[in-house]
Structures are given as C-alpha cells and as structure tokens.
Design a protein. Sequence first.
Length: 281
Amino acid sequence: MIKLQSKLFILVVVITLSLFHFSCFLFEDENNDNSTNQADSSSKVEIIEQDIQNADMQETAYVPGDYALPKELSYLDKSDDFLVDKFYPIGWSKDGKFAYITEPADEGSGLYLFELVVFDAVNNKNVWSWKPEEREEGSLSSTWKNNYALFKKKLNEYQIEQEDNIELKKGKTSFKGNEYQIVLDTKTETDPDFGFDMIKEIKITINSPELGTKEIYQSKTDEYSMYIGAFVPGYILSPYNGRIVVLCQLEQAGYEGPPNIVFFQLIGSDLLLGFKPKTQG
C-alpha cells in the first residue's frame, strides 16, 4: 500500500513539472512574438519618419524658374521735386540673399543708369551686381529683355524666389512674439561753406522690449557726402526666416544746388540674434 502511494506521489510530481515547463515555453514564445512585433513596429515608424523627412527635403529644395520684370516700389516720404534712385525688388533666397534692380538718378550726365544687385542680407554686402555699358539710350524693359538670359542664370544661381507683391512695411513689427521698432539717429554740423546743417554720423538700431537693443548700422560721413537728410521709410521682411532688410533713405544736396538727390541703402538684420539685453537701472 505504501509503495502504491509513493508511486502515485511521484506521478503527480512528474505531471506538475511537465505542465510548468510547458507553460514557461508558451510564455517565452509569446514574449518573442511581442518583441518581434515591437521591432517591426519600430522599424515601420523609422521608415515613416524618414519618408516624411525626405518629403520635407523635396518640398524645400530649390527649383530653378523664370522671372518677370519687377515692379517699382516707391519709398520716397516727401512729395518735393527730387532726383530719385528708383527701386525694383525681385525677391529673396532661403539663405538670406535679396535681389533688386535700381535705376540711379541721373544728375545731368544724360546717360541711362541701371544696376541689378544680389545683396547678402546676412553679411551686408553685395555678392553680385551688373551694370550695362554707359549710353544715352536705354530703358528698364529693354535692358531686362536684352540681358534676361544672364539675369535668369544669376538669379537662379543664388536661388532667388521672385515675389509678385513685395511690401515696404512701416512702423513697428513683430516676429515670434517679439515686438520691434527701428530707430534712426543722426548727428549734424553746420557746414561753414554752405551755411546749412549736414549729417556727420548715422546710426540705426532695432529696439525690442523682449530681446533688447541691436545696432545694425553706423557710419560717419565725409565732407564730400553732403547728406542733408536721412530717414527710414520702412523694411522688407523675408518670407523664409526672421530676417529683414531696412531701407535707409538719404537726401544729398545737389552738386550745383536743387534739385537734391534721394537714394537708398539697404541694411540686413536677423530678428532673433545679436540683441543685447537692456541693463537694469
């Protein structure tokens, strides 16, 4: 009887151990399946994210195109009789270059004056410009048409995207929750030979209550500049990033008296970098 009970006990133990090992095998197999599914899912996510990145790169890639004759953008703040440099903005590149045409005022030379400029608004310098040979006959439309192949090549080389309606914005501006105001300061002295005030120093700053102050332009004039007026009529905002070109309008006394000459200078600036916080005091 005792032997029979012992055998039954051993049989029960063997069956219990067998069931335990079988359960462990099933659990391990289930975990392997889950790990495989998770790896497959992670791989799919990575592939999807990579596809999105590739799509973004394709969307932002520059595609060479054609250009139309740009429209004039008036910046003059006065209605007086001046000789004025005309301004024809073309557009921006994504890396901060700004292209435009100017027709400089002719002070008695009798020549047609034209210049196409690609301006680097990051480093504040012209990276390419073109002027025709000096001649009496000429016009904006004929110069554009006769040299269009060169203009198209260079504008595409610098990846300039043309904008149809570029606006000269005035007053305060905002970007990413920050407010900005452009301020121009001048120092003048009375010229002993001419008897009227002439500008000796020009400084332009951008003030932001949130970021601080940033000086974007500072220049001292010489005795031949004969600047009698300076003004900031506005700025042009890049559609691609927080960058602007500030247009500074300068009035120069005519060489032999009126009419005076009005021309412009462009100054580029980033709207987030380079600001010095205001000191507490």
